[in-house]
Design a protein around this ligand. Sequence first.
Ligand code: SAM
Length: 280
Amino acid sequence: MPVTYSEKDQAPVWGEPPPWRTPEFWDQRASSFTEHDKGSGYADAFMKIIEMKSDWTVLDVGSAIGTLAIPLAGKAESITALDFSGKMLELLRQRCKDSGIDNIRTVHGRWEDDWNSLGIMRHDVVIASRSMPLGSARTAVAKLNEYARKRVYVVVAAGEGPRDGRIYAAIGRELNPPSHYGEINLLLAQQGLSAGNAFISYEDTSSYENHDQAFESLKRSIPEISAQEEEKLKSFLRQNLVRKDGRWKLYPVREIRWAVIWWDKEQNKKEVISSITAEI
Ligand SMILES: C[S@@+](CC[C@H](N)C(=O)[O-])C[C@H]1O[C@@H](n2cnc3c(N)ncnc32)[C@H](O)[C@@H]1O
């Protein structure tokens, strides 16, 4: 068990999620996530990277509507999909029903919960795709590692990630995305683990029916936006939204880039590293 908690943070301490990053926030996004998910090509790109065997079990942390769980269902033995958004899981169950998929189990819970008490045991592969909690990645990475038998895949923003820095600049704020990419690679390197790295990029597929919808949608991604900032955002949208094919889009269209990081648990079997891993 190579990735360990340091003595200092043996008890996982999770930063309080900001009020805007709540299950309700994700519940509201659930229905639009399906469309967004289809358009980007993200799942297809991820499926080309992941190695899967038909007798492997998968834990998908922050599964949403099953962006990855659904395509993985036909390749793995079974999937446990964990998410704190009841709405996302409801849509995932509906998608399973519609497609006759019976090997995905949904678990309504949080990253921060004691997963054992939610009935989650070790799985062959653990995935956390675009769902890392904010703050340091150390505790989250150790937890994923703890629940994996064979391999862990983590997908984090490379660069700006899903947030649009132009929007932040327009309202006078600085966008400080978490630097999970560097942090996780460093953490693994410090443990003597070799990690695989790949990148998935696609054009931002967001488009809007009208200016009001664009404003409401983009506003949600800015925590505690003030009235003054709202006016700046509206003005920015007036200048930069362009109508194409009957929809409004921000131009120039930007690229969203994700880093996929993975590592095997087997590789360091012989290394003597003290571990606090509890028996699962
Ligand atoms: C951007 S979506 C990613 C979904 C999917 N894994 C993918 O890559 O398309 C993030 C998901 O993580 C879930 N999530 C965010 N914070 C969470 C937390 N603290 N505990 C459990 N789920 C969380 C959200 O509800 C949402 O469904």
